[in-house]
Design a protein around this ligand. Structure first.
Ligand SMILES: *Cc1c(COP(=O)(O)O)cnc(C)c1O
Length: 523
């Protein structure tokens, strides 16, 4: 491909995106394909000879697009959002075009410095405690990781190494491997799967503690776990508090947990992957109460702040603790400014050596929108979730309804199987996409505002879909209840029953037929 073809392909790609995003609402949000669908259309070997971009674009439209789940559709209400935006798309393109990798300052000074700047902007915008800010008085710093999972793993590893260093002094009788084998960390039973995985990957025990009736991890639970573990000779080293659980977007009580962790010198990490966006709203200041106890925190810009995947912000109170834990020197990685606080070598702050120039997308997106727009954008999503909740609340067939930020939830009264059936049917229709969670030990359905440009009409659409399927399902259940089975069906049903149960089934069906006969005579 030469530069002229690049120009043509580039323009065509933008035109394709414009068309795709403009009409995204009109496509079923879930695809209608079976596993292996793509193999039928693809050659088994990569092409030997070049193919034209026109052919490739055609196949993209013909074979790839039909196999997509449309995450940018406003009819996508599953998981949490993974939004994009026009400036972020451009930023992604420019990043790929510039193509730099910034593992140390010298590799691309602007990449490192822009990251320090946007992480400071963002920290201030989210009203984070000052100790996290690169411009704060202490040793705070921010980095953009690829995912919340990596950020949590980095925090857990840093906490682990910090505890090992501390114990070397406090308990010289213990070897390093003795200390490591006794380490124990904590999270809530409602924490994201990434918390459990961080335990597996760091080879440390992470205990998932019970939360209260509203899915919130409480101070006394953490205190008891720490005291029990210490009594059993273990060494508590980290606790991950979740601000915005995946099920119902509950907020662990950091004000209670923080002082306890401080007392036992346990690292507090805050996982605010989704809900962290709302830290910028003064009316939600309460959800970050206790964040001042945090040693590290993560928040995904790629969820609810207009920057496309992957873009996961992480701040740490004492950046030296990362460098101390993950510093591996090589002669080819040295440069003359290393160790300067204005020129962090981000390779010490992350798992990989190479790293994307993610801050460019953030910088372009933040400058394009500005603070006020972003605040109002979040408020709009919260209001849309409220609008959906209102519909559900007015219908007395639903229960366990609630809302936290732009997530609403509900269930059908009755057995879990009924709510599961409703969800299955909704997703089979492919018009909207929802997923389940547990609340109060029952299955609930989550409804999250996602997509590029959700509007009130999309909420009406979704509610109509939920209502239609509910009407249908309940009507069928009612009909099923009143149906009198054929004699051979009854025979099959009672074949292996005890005699009293046999009699019961027959009597029930007999009573049903009498009622039905009566109804028929009346009409
Ligand atoms: C989404 C989410 C995660 C996982 O995020 P990744 O960036 O995909 O690793 C972790 N924790 C919480 C609370 C989340 O909402």
């Amino acid at each position: 491909m030469d530069i002229n073809e690049f120009r043509e392909f580039g323009h065509a790609a933008i035109e394709f995106l414009i068309e795709y995003l403009e009409t995204i609402r009109d496509r079923p949000v879930l695809p209608d394909v079976q596993p292996g669908f793509l193999q039928e259309h693809m050659p088994s070997e990569m092409p030997e000879q070049p193919e034209s971009w026109q052919e490739i674009m055609e196949d993209l439209k013909k074979y790839i697009v039909p196999g997509l789940t449309h995450w940018q559709s406003p009819r996508f209400h599953a998981f949490y959002p993974s939004q994009t935006s026009f400036p972020s798309i451009i930023g992604e393109m420019l990043t790929a075009g510039i193509g730099v990798v910034g593992f140390n300052w010298m590799c691309s000074p602007a990449a490192t410095e822009l990251e320090v700047i946007v992480m400071d902007w963002l920290g201030k915008f989210l009203n984070l405690p000052e100790h996290f800010l690169p411009s704060g008085k202490g040793n705070g710093g921010g980095i953009i990781q690829g995912s919340a999972s990596e950020s949590i793993l980095v925090a857990v590893l840093a906490a682990r190494e910090e505890k090992v260093r501390e114990m070397k002094i406090k308990r010289p009788d213990l070897s390093e491997s003795d200390v490591r084998s006794k380490l124990v960390g904590y999270g809530s039973i409602h924490s994201n799967s990434a918390i459990e995985k961080s335990g597996l990957l760091s080879a440390t025990k992470i205990r998932l503690l019970d939360a209260d009736d509203t899915s919130i991890l409480r101070g006394e639970t953490v205190q008891k776990a720490i005291e029990d573990d210490i009594a059993n000779g273990l060494i508590p080293f980290v606790c991950i508090t979740t601000i915005g659980t995946t099920g119902t977007c509950a907020f662990d009580n950091m004000e209670e947990i923080g002082p306890i962790l401080k007392k036992y010198n346990v690292w507090m990490h805050i996982d605010a992957a989704y809900a962290g966006a709302a830290f910028c709203l003064p009316e939600y200041a309460h959800i970050k109460k206790g964040a001042e106890y945090g040693d590290s925190i993560n928040f995904n810009l790629h969820k609810w702040m207009l920057v496309n995947f992957d873009c996961a912000a992480m701040w740490i109170k004492d950046a030296a603790k990362l460098t101390k834990s993950f510093n591996v020197e090589r002669i080819y990685l040295d440069h003359k400014y290393q160790g300067e606080s204005k020129a962090p070598d981000y390779r010490h702050w992350q798992l990989a050596l190479g790293r994307r120039f993610r801050s460019l997308r953030v910088w372009i997106t933040f400058r394009t929108y500005g603070q006020e727009y972003i605040r109002n954008y979040l408020r709009k999503h919260i209001n849309l979730a409220g609008m959906f909740l209102n519909y559900v609340n007015k219908d007395d067939r639903f229960e366990e309804t609630g809302q936290s930020l732009a997530l609403a939830y509900f269930r059908l009264k009755g057995d879990d199987s009924l709510t599961r059936k409703l969800l299955d049917r909704i997703n089979t229709r492919r018009n909207i996409y929802l997923i389940p969670a547990f609340y109060h030990n029952k299955v609930i359905i989550r409804f999250v505002i996602c997509g590029l440009d959700p509007q009130e009409k999309d909420i009406d659409y979704a509610w109509n879909e939920v209502k239609t399927v509910t009407d249908e399902l309940l009507a069928e259940m009612e009909a099923e209840k009143n149906k009198i089975p054929a004699i051979n069906e009854i025979e099959a049903e009672i074949e292996n029953l005890e005699i009293t149960d046999k009699v019961n089934v027959i009597t029930e069906n007999f009573a049903k037929s009498i009622t039905l006969c009566e109804e028929k005579t009346v009409h």
